[in-house]
Each structure stands twice: as structure tokens, then as C-alpha cells.
Design a protein around this ligand. Sequence first.
Ligand code: ADP
Ligand code: MG
Length: 221
Amino acid sequence: MVHLENLSKIYRTKRGEIKALDDVSLHIEQGEFVVVRGHSGSGKTTLLLTIGGMLRPSMGNIVVDGKDIYSMGDRRRANFRAENIGFVFQMFHLIPYLNVVENVILSSHSGKKKTPEAKKLLERLNISGRETHKPSELSAGERQRTAIARALLNQPKLVLADEPTGNLDPENAAEAVGYLSEYHRNGGTVVVVTHGEAVDQFADRIVHLKEGKIQQMEDNG
Ligand code: ADP
Ligand code: MG
């Protein structure tokens, strides 16, 4: 599903170059749940953004679902992303002036037609009754569940999550990760990057990242 070959990413800043990814090669099978673990600054977000088609690597190749995503034009890559990849972020990234349902259908090309499906998903994710609330009127757990509903609405082949439990208490963290795990049990491919250990129990494989390099991979089950 995801093939990374000799991936490097160098950020060029006024104070010099930062090598955020250093020759990373990784193959993720369809239906795998992979956790990428590393300390802050180890390159986790950079890795996730490059897999997601949002950040071009400095060197190397990325093939997602058989497509060399950075050989596509920007618009095609954006469409590919919308159709195939769901994203979940630590800070939820909900649009403050849209309500819960509107936030969930935002990621869909078919827009309002998806409202019934969005409502069903919200029910499944234990946020029914909050459809017309704005994000500011939700708890952190409800915000993240809304964001997960948004990520899952298009039934993506791949879900990428960046510290999805970073702003949640243990109970809400377990619930949020439980929905990612359910999506995985139904055949989805999941990559979670995190510095914590809360997600490990669901992982097929744990990849340890340090200073932009893969240090170790463990099968987990
Ligand atoms: P993590 O998500 O594991 O904390 P990041 O991928 O965010 O790590 O960052 C990896 C390294 O790249 C860090 O040293 C960070 O400071 C640097 N970095 C991240 N984004 C940028 C950027 N846009 N410009 C310059 N340096 C960056
Ligand atoms: Mg990060």
C-alpha cells in the first residue's frame, strides 16, 4: 500500500540545513496497522506529511496504492489524497465556524449528499446529538471523534494519524484509537505516528524512528 524507498527530507532554513528524514525505506502492506514511534523532533510529522502527499521529499520515492504520488501534478495529487487518504491530527484541525456535520462532509467531493452517511458515522462514533454544535462547543474527545469521522467518511484506503491522542485524556484516547482499530479490522491500512505508547496494543508493527532514521522494527503480534 505504501512503499518508501530511500526517502530523505532536508529543510533549508536561514540557520542551515536540517535533515528531518535520512534514507528511510519502509513498506506497509494493505491492511497493516503501523505505529511509528520516536521522540519529538525525530521526523514523525515530516514522514507522515510526505506519505500523505503534502510534503515533497528531497530524495527518494513514495508509491501509495501503486501511484508514484509526487510525479502527479498538484491537482491530481490533491484529488488522489481526497479519494484515498484520511488524516487525523493532534490538534483536530476542525473548521471553527462549521458545525460537526459540516466539518465531517467537508472532505467529500459529493458534499451535502453525504449528510446521511456522516450522521450515521457520527452515531457510530458516539457523537450523535452534537451534529449542529460548533467545535468550540465540544469536548476534546468529541472533537477528535468528529475529526476521525471526517477522515473515515470517504472510506479511504489509508488513514494517517499524527499524535491522534496527544490532546486527550486516557479514556478518550482509548476510545479514539478504538475507532481507528475498528477501521483497521474492517480492512483499512493505518499509520499512526506518536511519541507515546497508548496505540501500541493495536499495532501489527512498531517502527522506531530516531533522528530521521529507522532504528528498529518490531512485529507486534
Ligand atoms: P516530530 O514530528 O517527530 O516531532 P518533525 O518531523 O516535526 O518531528 O521535525 C523533524 C525535524 O525537522 C525537527 O528538527 C524539526 O525542528 C525540523 N522541522 C520540521 N518542520 C520544519 C520546517 N518546516 N522547517 C524547518 N525545519 C523543520
Ligand atoms: Mg510531530
